[in-house]
Design a protein around this ligand. Structure first.
Ligand SMILES: N[C@@H](CCC(=O)N[C@@H](CS)C(=O)NCC(=O)O)C(=O)O
Length: 213
């Protein structure tokens, strides 16, 4: 196989790429990078991705990092089904919602940030968890407004887009950290619909070969 995804079962950025690959029906080998054991900091992995992040996709001779860049690359090289609308305004709206998750919620709750809070800043686990929930709940507020205006099954219509691909992993994380997702009923409903799709279920953390049960 000429496609390998460096991934971790609970990595939400990897989960995004897994959803995109599955929606497009693209086969790949999974190469687990155990973030809990610090494998992302190994010299070997950093030679691939100096940022020390998953996901990292090898596609033929190319190595790609950054989940949204990877997904747009996949969308351009395998256009069916499209993950972005055909019109520029539609694309801008979808990208804005995706970025609201990927740039404004997720980085505040990344593993290295939580480790810094707990380790260097010596915050108790309870404070770290409160931090996590705070940024998820604050970030989900404006997205719930988008969901309230949605006219299709998903955030932007009746086919999953890049925005939905970002929503599902962030919602999975929100549940894991017991954020108050009841405040966001439209987002919860859209996430539930997305999770009925076989491609989305196949990409779920629990379905991954490195999942710890
Ligand atoms: N902006 C990057 C973020 C990637 C990222 O933060 N990956 C996390 C897992 S979700 C990671 O590898 N964290 C390692 C660490 O924090 O040490 C992307 O979208 O790919």
């Amino acid at each position: 196989m000429d496609r390998t995804l460096y991934t971790y079962w609970r990595s939400s950025a990897s989960y995004r790429v897994r959803i995109a690959l599955a929606l497009k029906g693209l086969a790949y080998d999974s190469q687990p990078i155990n973030l809990a054991q610090g494998a992302q900091t190994s010299i070997g992995f950093k030679l691939l991705n100096p940022q020390g992040f998953v996901p990292f996709l090898i596609d033929g001779a190319a190595g790609l990092n950054q989940s949204l860049a990877i997904i747009e690359y996949l969308d351009e090289t395998h256009p069916e089904p499209p993950l972005l609308p055909a019109d520029p305004l539609g694309r801008a709206r979808v990208r804005a919602a995706a970025l609201a998750i990927a740039c404004d919620i997720h980085p505040l709750n990344n593993l290295r940030v939580l480790k810094y809070l707990k380790g260097d800043l010596q915050q108790p686990q309870e404070v770290v968890d409160t931090w996590y929930r705070h940024w998820v709940e604050e970030g989900f507020g404006p997205l719930e407004e988008i969901a309230e205006g949605a006219t299709g099954a998903y955030l932007f219509g009746d086919t999953p887009t890049l925005a939905d691909i970002c929503l599902v992993p962030q919602m999975w994380n929100a549940r894991r950290l017991q954020a108050d997702i009841a405040r966001f009923p439209k987002l919860v409903a859209i996430d539930a619909r997305l999770n009925t799709l076989p491609a989305v279920r196949a990409a779920a953390p629990e379905a991954q070969p490195d999942a710890v049960r």
